[in-house]
Design a protein around this ligand. Structure first.
Ligand code: AGP
Length: 606
């Protein structure tokens, strides 16, 4: 949720920490801070409420050439966004940055009676606990290890001390932490984007591991000081991929690059000559694929909606198979029963979402196969599932997920085709979907080119509303849910989505002049049913925008009509219109498009 960074080497730490924090700002932007030390152990601490740019201004006033430091950008969980709740938190000689939640912080705080706390945070309690154990006869690493044994909850931490000015101690349990190896320098970060341009050699810490980092050296161990074998991995190092490349915002860049990102998702997986799909990395034999009777798809937010959309297609493609789609934060605490021959698809862009990770571990502990549908390479879920597929959509920086949705849904549809192939479903049936997937990038490209300006104009009119209803039937229902999520999370317009058939069972009571409605009218076998829904809304004075690939005339306020060769997968193409709409409405409202209020890109806490 938060982003932490660290550096020890022979270069000025402030610049490296600041650029790292800017890269990680999508993980939280409520406040930020940096602590650096000179070789006499004197600490320069700077903390600011708000964006990293505020901290940068502050640091520009008190320059120093310190070569070691830690930094943090915050998504507030305990204590409101403010300077006194900003990290690093200090206690005695100890300075600490933390990503995660110390669940038993209240109990620990009571035991630390006499300590004067200046913030409402759980993190300051951990700093005070470490400090209370950091007596003169032990070193920082041991004080940190002892303290962490008393903690329940999740953490990725980096700790420095005035008494050991050449050392950073890091540890992880539940929150991601990666160590970048440079020549004579060591980098610490919550995810790989902060390391790009510095090194492509990295160590991913696992839960229960800690490390002592000095300039160019890393000593890895468990909390009980047992040595840990160091696995150095090569990470992507293409700075181009994490830049706006001339776009005003990452969001519009990521919407517009979907034809390219989807082509890399599909590349090498559609065997066009044979109208077949071949996904590598599933670690499932043909017999195991054939025996699958139940699929449970687990995710949060947009990942959940991508799963819901895919579930409709998998049922259509495979035939007699059950596909359950569950919200991870609920499923992890439900007393669920998974029949034999169940495979779980674990869907996550970041691969770090705490609820999804916990579900994966729970399902795995029940002996079910877990397959990751993941975008972030090297992420925790990707490294812990039994098999899986990287969606290869490239780094997604904007908090609102767009290209990942399109790629996740496409990968799960391909999974459905591969299962159908193993079960002997007719090639005639599966090849329809293979052909549709193959043309999808081009069809999305055409819609982006032909309708971007039209949607921009449209958004100006509807950005004045405070309420919106999204409606869709069959495969257009999950797309309506995704459209409503996109609009609400970046425009702050209250947006809800319903299955069109559900409208008359209550939601239709909402319709009045405060609302506009978006109806996705896919040119399919249910279009007449959908048209009845439109008449019902019109009868209540609705302000309806119809998004459609049909040539039919619709009674509504606005029709956005696309031409697309995609029939079965048309809802995925229509969804791109919703992405553009949410972007331009948010822009029209002057919102922070890439970093909407109260949100963060990767939710690593419960
Ligand atoms: C979507 O735009 C949001 N950022 C959010 O709902 C997101 O989809 C959810 O937090 C899941 O994230 P994940 O795919 O990284 O697990």
């Amino acid at each position: 949720m938060c982003g932490i960074v660290g550096y020890v080497g022979d270069r000025e730490a402030n610049n490296i920490l600041l650029s790292g924090l800017k890269r990680l700002e999508y993980r939280g932007y409520d406040s930020s801070g940096i602590a650096t030390l000179n070789n006499r152990g004197e600490v320069s601490l700077a903390r600011k409420k708000g964006k990293v740019s505020e901290l940068e201004d502050e640091l520009s006033k008190n320059k120093n050439s310190n070569k070691i430091g830690i930094g943090h950008t915050r998504w507030a969980t305990h204590g409101e966004p403010s300077e006194h709740n900003a990290h690093p938190h200090r206690s005695g000689d100890v300075y600490l940055v933390h990503n995660g939640i110390i669940e038993n912080y209240k109990e620990l705080k009571e035991e630390l009676e006499g300590h004067k706390f200046i913030s409402q945070t759980d993190t300051e309690v951990l700093a005070a606990l470490i400090d209370s154990l950091y007596t003169n006869d032990i070193i920082l690493k041991d004080a940190v290890a002892q303290a962490l044994k008393l903690v329940t909850g999740t953490y990725g931490i980096a700790v420095v001390s005035k008494r050991e000015p050449d050392t950073i101690v890091v540890a992880r349990s539940g929150s991601p932490l990666i160590i970048g190896l440079g020549k004579g320098e060591t980098f610490i970060a919550s995810d790989a984007t902060a390391l790009i341009g510095h090194t492509d050699q990295a160590i991913y810490l696992n839960d229960g591991e800690m490390a002592v980092c000095t300039a160019g050296a890393v000593d890895l161990m468990t909390l009980s000081a047992q040595p840990v074998s160091t696995k150095v991995e090569t990470i992507a190092n293409d700075i181009q991929k994490i830049q706006k490349n001339g776009y005003d915002h990452f969001l519009i860049k990521e919407i517009m690059e979907q034809p390219t990102s989807l082509r890399s998702t599909l590349s090498g997986r559609l065997i066009l000559g044979e109208n077949r799909v071949q996904l590598g990395g599933l670690n499932l034999s043909l017999a195991e694929l054939k025996d699958i009777e139940n699929i449970v798809i687990v995710g949060c937010g947009t990942a959940y909606y991508a799963g819901l959309l895919a579930s409709y297609y998998i049922e259509k493609i495979v035939g007699n198979i059950t596909v359950d789609v569950v919200v991870a934060s609920e499923f992890r605490y439900r007393s669920f029963y998974l029949p034999k021959n169940t495979v779980a698809l674990i869907v996550s862009q970041s691969g770090e979402t705490a609820d999804t990770l916990a579900c994966m571990r729970e399902i795995k502990s029940r002996g079910m196969k877990t397959l990751g549908i993941i975008n972030a390479v090297g992420s925790t879920i990707a490294r812990e599932v039994d098999g899986g597929v990287y969606v290869h959509a490239g780094p997604e920086i904007s908090v609102a997920s767009t290209k990942a949705f399109t790629s996740q849904a496409s990968v799960m549809i391909m999974f459905g085709i591969q299962v159908a192939q193993a079960k002997g479903v007719s090639l005639e049936k599966t090849s329809e979907y293979v052909k549709e997937l193959n043309i999808l990038p081009k069809e999305i490209e055409t819609v982006l080119k032909n309708h971007r300006n039209e949607i921009e104009e449209l958004s100006k009119k509807y950005s004045k509303y405070d309420h919106a209803l999204f409606l869709g039937r069959d495969t257009s229902f999950p797309v309506a849910l995704e459209g409503a999520l996109k609009l609400k999370e970046i425009s702050y317009i209250h947006a809800e989505a319903y299955a069109t058939g559900e409208l008359k069972h209550g939601p239709i009571a909402l319709i009045d002049n405060r609302f506009f409605e978006i109806m996705i009218m896919n040119d399919d076998w249910l279009i007449d049913k959908s048209s009845s829904g439109l008449s019902e809304v019109n009868a209540r004075g609705g302000h309806v925008i119809v998004l459609t690939n049909s040539s039919k005339k619709f009674e509504c306020e606005t029709t956005v009509r696309i031409k697309t060769k995609n029939k079965l997968l048309a809802p995925i193409v229509l969804n791109v219109l919703q992405q553009l709409f949410a972007y331009y409405v948010s822009l029209a409202k002057g919102n922070e498009v890439d970093q909407p209020r109260n949100l963060a890109k990767s939710v690593t806490v419960e």
